[in-house]
Design a binder for this molecule. Structure first.
Ligand SMILES: [Fe+2]
Length: 449
């Protein structure tokens, strides 16, 4: 049996949990970076071979920065029933606590939550120990997406829960204190796989691609591409009765894994951008995710940034692919989430022909300029998290934090890049190679920490 691609190379799981203090720093670590970078990834226990990359148990890696020092690194499995082998499907239906909790980690209302879209969140403490499943005091009635959105204006957390069975899509809003204050079933949704979505100041934007429930798929994640599944964008007003006013627009067949951002432009049109795969790209990626033959060289293949513009008044939609670099993990200065952003960041991967390479990419949407910080040979950067500078005057006044998996040195570093020019300003040497992985967040200190 060949080794699964998600158990080898950059993705070789860590075999233990460690804590290291007083990390070596090169360069100038900005003293204003006070907080924790926390990043999640799939990391099955030794001896466990999941049938799908996304079925691997979650492990969070954290790096604590304070006053120009790197105080600690630690990694911890998210201790869920699934880590000990509890099945997701039971005779009573899915067990939403049987989560690998390995996709993302966010903070809202003081709670650090490890997320996986098929399950309840799992709460972690400040030192990454697992507290337990969290269901918003019983108000979460479904799974929760791994990509909730914090509205920078209201502090609300917007999110959805999706299912291959009715109700296919539930939408929730939690207020800044973490209380669910609104939920609605979304009419017209289907069993299409919904990994991410977007909010604007006045709308919620749902995305349904041509990947949908497929009971014949036996990897443990029952989805697959279907030409019969239309790709669509649903635009819903952010009003109490918004669900009844949602409008769905057909788009070219594809699968957008992540939204870079969405906003209303000066004409009131909805603009949405995100890396998207076509049928071939999806199949190459899926085959990597399940370790099947015919897979891409990277977990994301043929993933190119696409833009959709929805004119609600005219009832029409335009779309185009806007870049030729294979990218994923789009990020931005989240103060601009839902508003027109000038800068988008992403991670580039070499494509099937070897074009491009591992790097941190910055797009200037005003000029169309693209700048790449090349990570170097066999050096895989993780999602670049933007942290605004203190007193920032410009959108790109701040830092990009990314963890490099360096295969040749069998080591990892946290890179702190100046987000304006993508220059490296500090390197934190980590005590182990950090498994290549998925999403993470910067958790800034609050007054009581
Ligand atoms: Fe994701």
């Amino acid at each position: 049996m060949t080794t699964k691609p998600y158990l080898t190379g950059h993705y070789t799981p860590a075999v233990d949990e460690i804590t290291a203090t007083g990390l070596t720093v090169e360069g100038h670590l900005p003293p204003e970076l006070n907080g924790r970078l926390v990043r999640n990834s799939h990391n099955p226990k030794p001896g466990v071979t999941p049938t799908h990359w996304f079925k691997g148990s979650g492990m969070v890696h954290g790096i604590r920065l304070r006053s120009g020092r790197a105080e600690w690194y630690r990694n911890r499995w998210v201790r869920t029933p699934a880590l000990d082998g509890a099945p997701y499907m039971t005779e009573h239906g899915p067990d939403l606590t049987a989560s690998v909790a390995g996709t993302h980690v966010i903070e809202h209302a003081g709670r650090l939550l490890a997320l996986c879209e098929a399950n309840f969140p799992f709460e972690l403490d400040a030192e990454l120990e697992t507290v337990g499943a969290y269901d918003f005091d019983g108000k979460l009635r479904s799974a929760m997406t791994a990509h909730p959105k914090t509205d920078p204006v209201t502090g609300e957390l917007h999110f959805f829960g999706s299912s291959p069975f009715p109700p296919y899509l539930l939408y929730y809003v939690a207020d800044a204190k973490g209380r669910i204050v609104h939920s609605a079933e979304i009419p017209g949704a289907t069993a299409s796989l919904k990994h991410d979505f977007a909010i604007t100041r006045h709308h919620v934007v749902f995305i349904e691609g041509s990947v949908t429930f497929d009971p014949a798929e036996h990897s443990g994640i029952p989805y697959g591409w279907s030409d019969a599944q239309p790709s669509r964008i649903g635009v819903m007003p952010r009003t109490a009765d918004g669900a009844t006013r949602i409008r769905w627009f057909d788009i070219e067949p594809g699968n957008m894994l992540h939204a870079a951002n969405a906003y209303e432009d000066a004409q009131g049109r909805i603009v949405l951008e995100g890396p998207t795969v076509d049928r071939e790209g999806f199949q190459l990626s899926w085959n990597w995710w399940v370790g099947a033959p015919g897979r891409g060289t990277e977990p994301n293949t043929r993933s190119y940034t696409r833009r959709w513009v929805v004119d609600l008044a005219q009832g029409r939609l335009d779309e185009q692919t806007i870049d030729d670099l294979a990218v994923e993990f789009p990020t931005l200065n989240e103060d601009y989430l839902g508003a027109e952003n000038r800068y988008t960041y992403a991670i580039s991967f070499p494509d099937q022909d070897g074009y491009g390479g591992y790097g941190v990419v910055k797009y200037d949407r005003a000029t169309g300029a693209r700048r790449v910080h090349q990570a170097g040979d066999a050096r895989l950067p993780s999602e670049a998290v933007f942290v605004p500078a203190e007193g920032a005057a410009n959108e790109d006044d701040g830092y990009l934090l990314t963890v490099i998996s360096d295969l040749k040195q069998d080591a990892s570093q946290l890179l702190v890049l100046d987000a304006a020019g993508l220059d490296r300003i500090a390197t934190v040497h980590l005590p182990r190679r950090v498994t290549g992985g998925i999403h993470g967040s910067w958790i800034p200190d609050t007054a009581d920490q």
